[in-house]
Design a protein around this ligand. Sequence first.
Ligand code: F1P
Length: 348
Amino acid sequence: MTTTTIKTVQEILNQPTTWNACFQVLQNLDLEALVGDRRPEQFEWVFVGCGTSYYLAQAAAASLTLLTGRSSRALPASEILLHPELSLPAIQTVFPILISRSGHTSEVLAVAEVLQQKKIEFLALTCDGRELETTTRRVLKLPVREESTVMTGSFSSMLLAMQFVAAKLVGNQAFLKSLGELPSLVAPLLARYAQQLEKFALHPFEDVAVLGQGPLYPIASEVALKVMESSSSYAQYFHTLEFRHGPKSIIDNRALVIGLISDEGAQQEVKVIREMKELGASTIIIANHATDEAKKAADLLIELSSSLPSLSLLVAYVVWGQLFGSYVGLAKGLNPDNPTNLSRVVTF
Ligand code: F1P
């Protein structure tokens, strides 16, 4: 198999085009129909999903908090089902946003039923629609038709959609414009770095740790999940500085540390990557602007070199983890289009 025949890799590389198609839909967004009076000033927005869609929920919640100044949370659907008093103690003051590419995931549909029974208004964010889009009048359905089992363009497109909604809520035109510039930023970067990443993926790493702080923490989580799903490799994720507090004991010359470096925390975050390199780890650094320290700490450096706001760059970080997972899978002789033990939707 070559990367040109793997649908998952093609869908990853095609994300700039997918994002442009989504922006066409989002330009005509009827915010009133979507959220009505459920504004973040009166209701706590709680994003809900499973697997990749849960990490998407976390990134969406971080984006809403940073763009509106109102606290927002993310929950896995299972927590609402199994621990409702812990997860949603004040459910009447919550505006849930249920996120599901397929709209068919059993846990998400079960949460929709609970909300319907309690007469709680909620928003459904989906690509395929299926049952989920019939459970509420508030539906945002994106034109993303993804054949891959693992989520790639659906993750990035639904995250962009939630960032778009948050920016629209507060009338942040500059941020909305920045989102629209992502396709032209990322397309040439993919052309420039994809082959280097594919070559780097040939190393046989035993442990992979993906590190990120702030809104990059859910992106680190999703990158680790992509490595696990697409290559059946063991990968973990941590807040970058947390890695020193114990987990670094796994580091030796068989380990890979992937650092998602934020503009705001670059100095401190790069220091951790440098320390792990000195302990023997191989390192990948993904940064917007690479400091000299970052250049010294990285075995492979991917630099975005963008003047766009940091928060608008989340999807520009995740694409490298999506690609790396598939490349490691291919290097191990696996087929990322048919990941071990996985199905496109989890139902029970
Ligand atoms: C959620 C999910 C994915 C996972 C796999 C199985 O799907 O758990 O996160 O990667 O594809 O389904 P969905 O609810 O977003 O359709």
